[in-house]
Design a protein around this ligand. Structure first.
Ligand code: PHE
Length: 340
């Protein structure tokens, strides 16, 4: 029996010699101490031993069992510590390393201005309406009091898609769509892209406009002026004033060009305002009676004003951009400067 015990002790020593993980250790442990393990088998054999030898034999076997258990638990402890250390080493992070960052994008200056305009005008009760970019001749010209033989058609170099279809040259086309579909009071803002065959430092074949239209009983040019003053103060600064100059648009009567006092020099005259103290920002006027009537709005009851401005132009003025192309090239070095 002692020989058997020695053998078991030896094979335990042998088995645990190179153990690397607590999982294999557990398997080895079962081989000896498990229900069907070698030590348990010896215990079971006690039945075959003469009764007088049983107590001393029992002692020996218990001692073996204890020795084995202690050995395993010591080893287990060691392996657990080792495994924990290895885990810590693997998961170690250097908190002093610079973080991985992804760069945030920024709004395009056109979008910034568009959003700013929408926020200023919606504060005054305007709702946004967006018309189609491909228009027909009627909405873009005829309904705006510009029939095909009208000389004002030459004011805008139009991209025609067919005899009747064209790329809209002005967001004013949307005014007609709104008036046809809605009874006054009307107070809408219509941003969008427009197209004209025009190309230099301050003109691009595609650019954006922001149109405004107000129709109700008793609307006058004074309402337009008051609203423009508010717009100029909010967009260009508190001390900025507006000035109306007579102009001509077929769909408004009277028509005006609107100037704002130069926000750069305060009106004294500088390079931005070309020494005049004023900067032209938009076209506007009282909606022509013919236009109202054509849309089924009685011009003897209702009147209205409209205005239209170039979004790029406002962006160029406000941010001091001297070439419109910068707004379309998508150069990140330029765009990065508008990060909020
Ligand atoms: N549609 C005109 C343009 O593009 C601007 C304008 C709009 C003028 C509304 C008067 C009223 O030049």
């Amino acid at each position: 029996m002692q020989k058997k015990i020695d053998e078991i002790e030896k094979s335990i020593d042998e088995a645990v010699k190179d153990v690397q993980s607590s999982k294999t250790l557990q398997e080895i442990k079962m081989r000896f101490l498990g229900k069907t393990g070698e030590i348990s088998a010896l215990m079971k054999n006690m039945r075959d031993i003469p009764p007088e030898e049983r107590p001393s034999m029992g002692k020996i076997l218990n001692a073996l069992r204890q020795w084995t258990e202690e050995k395993f638990s010591a080893l287990e402890q060691k392996l657990k510590e080792f495994e924990l250390k290895r885990k810590y080493a693997e998961e170690k992070i250097d908190v002093t390393l610079p973080g991985k960052s992804t760069e945030n994008g920024a709004y395009h200056p056109n979008t910034l201005i568009k959003n700013e305009l929408i926020s200023v005008f919606s504060g005054m009760g305007f709702e946004v309406f967006e018309g189609p970019e491909i228009e027909n001749d009627y909405y873009n010209f005829t309904a705006l009091n510009t029939p095909s033989d009208h000389p004002a058609r030459d004011m805008q170099d139009t991209f025609y898609l067919s005899n009747d279809l064209l790329l809209r040259t002005q967001t004013s086309a949307g005014q007609i769509r709104v008036m046809e579909n809605k009874k006054p009071p009307i107070k809408i803002l219509s941003p969008g892209k427009v197209y004209r065959s025009d190309d230099d430092a301050t003109h691009s074949p595609m650019f954006s406009q922001m149109e405004g239209l107000v129709v109700d009983k008793g609307i006058t040019l004074c309402d337009l002026k008051g609203m423009l003053d508010e717009f100029a103060r909010k967009i260009f600064g508190d001390n900025v004033k507006t000035r109306l100059r007579p102009s001509y648009f077929p769909f408004t009567e009277p028509s005006v060009e609107v100037d704002v006092s130069c926000f750069e020099c305060g009106g004294k005259g500088c390079r931005l305002c070309k020494g005049t103290g004023w900067i032209e920002v938009l076209g506007a006027g009282m909606v022509n009676r013919h236009v109202l009537a054509g849309c089924g709005v009685d011009p003897d009851i209702y009147s209205g004003f409209a205005f239209g401005m170039g979004i790029e132009r406002i962006a160029m003025l406000k941010y001091g951009i001297n070439n419109m192309k910068l707004l379309f090239e998508g150069d990140v070095r330029f765009l990065k400067q508008f990060k909020g």
